[in-house]
Design a protein around this ligand. Structure first.
Ligand SMILES: Cc1cc2nc3c(=O)[nH]c(=O)nc-3n(C[C@H](O)[C@H](O)[C@H](O)COP(=O)(O)OP(=O)(O)OC[C@H]3O[C@@H](n4cnc5c(N)ncnc54)[C@H](O)[C@@H]3O)c2cc1C
Length: 487
């Protein structure tokens, strides 16, 4: 095994994806970047009413003829080059409501954009009315009640800047530029979930503009069905214009990182089995991940949040298990910006792996070795409080201890695309029969069957709530929950 490369220590998703970027891509994207017209006959011609909408909103409406149109429709994952009918830069909740009413009247589908970081490019869609929440970014922190409220377009960095200034924290993703809503409404693959639950578990209230233009308050005792559905069901139920989060004390993070370079498939399988044994049962303070970087190879990391002495005692177990790989030790505090990952072209796939043993280890080890120079792999532990929430308590279905996997590959020149897509497609297809459920934010644009599978037992209730609040499926630029047929 190789000496750990420098910089691998404080692992973040950035280390995992950025170290030695390569040209790569991902499976299934091609099928979805082609213009995909909405169902024939669904839309009437709304062009003349767009003028009326433009006059009625406080924000701006951009059309195909607007000079800013091409810049504005661009999203983080540039594999998606899609052309919405128009884009409303909403200035307030009323603009959102008017936009939804326009879309309903003309049966134009809606694409919601917050941070614009959807791997599957859902913040934009051909022929849709995009509602851009980029101006709804108010953040307020109530230190006494330990809550924070944010506008629907707020980025993680702005939420955490405000909470950390008050000495408080809520579990969020690793990249500060990602939208809070896009992440939390799908559940969240978050740091701190072992101690505090994941992002949707800390969502204590929200304001939602539904497909019929109603502005509803959601929370315990308030529109409970929708409150259940938005904690995992993503943007399927309407536009969330405000999110309220529970806050927690900030705790230092003590990290042990281990780098393995590029061992053989057999050796890597051995490392994965050891990692699987270590994460099968963990204290809530632990966050752990296994990564494969296309340049640097495989590495594992364990963070312990809390008392330094307890951390040192626990991390010793990891040091022993991974010998002779040398542990790199560090201590850090949460940071608002996290990592940066610039706009790219990328393909992804994901799965939730319940136990790292048996056939799944062989599949992962082989895929990891083949990732060299092509793709990246992340296995993030879901444990503790997040794992103990009952499956039926929220729509988010990744309960019980497990590893949320993301395989991703980027390309910057067109000739890199096919290889990247192939690696992601093959890895995703090999993992799928071995893993049930998936984190919907890590999936490519997916078929209804795949989404049904991802939500597992929670899907039928989601489909019923969808049928009640969005029977025409206006909100379908997302990992779509198809409205249940009316009985
Ligand atoms: C660099 C990078 C790092 C990432 N790191 C993590 C991570 O650490 N953990 C993790 O869990 N995920 C992570 N992700 C995945 C991320 O959570 C999803 O891509 C998420 O959808 C991005 O949200 P957004 O608001 O930025 O995206 P957008 O493209 O703006 O929105 C995506 C979709 O989310 C829904 N949505 C967004 N806002 C609203 C709203 N206000 N109301 C209703 N629906 C809404 C809509 O369906 C929308 O189309 C990462 C992605 C990237 C690109």
């Amino acid at each position: 095994m190789r000496t750990p490369p420098s910089g691998i220590l404080n692992w973040t998703r950035r280390d995992f994806v950025r170290t030695g970027l390569v040209t790569a891509g991902a499976a299934n994207v091609a099928a979805f970047v082609r213009p995909s017209p909405w169902p024939a006959g669904a839309a009437t011609d709304p062009a003349s009413d767009l003028d009326k909408l433009a006059r009625s909103v406080r924000g701006r409406l951009l059309r195909k003829t607007s000079p800013e149109y091409d810049d504005a429709r661009r999203v983080w994952n540039q594999a998606y080059d899609l052309r919405p009918l128009a884009m409303v830069r909403a200035a307030n909740v009323d603009d959102v409501r008017r936009s939804v009413e326009f879309a309903r009247k003309h049966t134009v589908p809606i694409a919601i954009r917050a941070g614009g970081h959807s791997y599957a490019g859902y913040g934009v869609a051909d022929g849709a009315l995009q509602i851009d929440l980029g101006a709804l970014t108010t953040v307020s922190v109530d230190r006494d009640r330990r809550t924070a409220s944010v506008g629907g377009g707020t980025r993680i960095r702005d939420l955490l800047t405000a909470t950390l200034a008050a000495g408080l924290y809520t579990p969020m993703g690793a990249c500060g530029a990602v939208g809070v809503a896009g992440l939390a409404l799908a559940g969240g693959d978050t740091s701190g979930r072992g101690l505090y639950g994941t992002a949707c578990d800390n969502l204590v209230g929200a304001q939602l503009v539904t497909a019929d233009g109603n502005v509803l308050e959601l929370g315990p005792g308030n529109n409970e069905d929708l409150y259940w559905a938005i904690r995992g069901g993503g943007g399927n139920f309407g536009v969330v214009t405000r999110l309220d989060f529970r806050l927690h004390p900030v705790v230092p993070m003590h990290t042990a990182g281990f780098a393995f370079g590029w061992p053989s498939v057999n050796d890597l399988a051995g490392v994965l089995r050891t990692f699987g044994d270590l994460v099968r049962e963990t204290p809530d303070e632990v966050r752990a991940g296994f990564f494969v970087d296309p340049a640097a190879g495989a590495f594992a990391s364990c963070d312990f949040r809390g008392d330094p002495a307890a951390a040192a005692a626990y991390l010793e177990k990891w040091k022993q298990a991974f010998r002779p790989a040398e542990a790199r030790m560090s201590t850090s505090m949460p940071k608002p910006d996290g990592e940066q990952w610039n706009t790219t072209r990328l393909a992804v796939d994901g799965a939730f792996i319940e136990d790292l043993s048996g056939g799944v280890v062989d599949v992962l080890a082989r895929a990891a070795v083949e990732a060299r120079g092509v793709g990246q792999m992340l296995l993030g532990l879901s444990n503790g409080v997040a794992a103990r929430v009952p499956m039926s308590a929220t729509a988010y279905a990744l309960r019980g201890t497990g590893l949320s996997s993301l395989v991703a590959a980027e390309w910057d020149k067109p000739e890199g695309r096919a290889r990247a897509e192939q690696w992601v497609a093959e890895t995703g297809a090999a993992l799928r029969p071995l893993a049930h459920r998936a984190y919907v934010n890590y999936l490519p644009r997916s078929t209804p069957e795949r989404i049904r599978e991802a939500y597992g037992a929670n899907y039928p209730r989601l489909a019923r709530i969808k049928a009640q609040y969005d029977p025409a499926n206006l909100f379908r630029s997302n990992q779509n929950i198809v409205p249940a047929p009316r009985s």
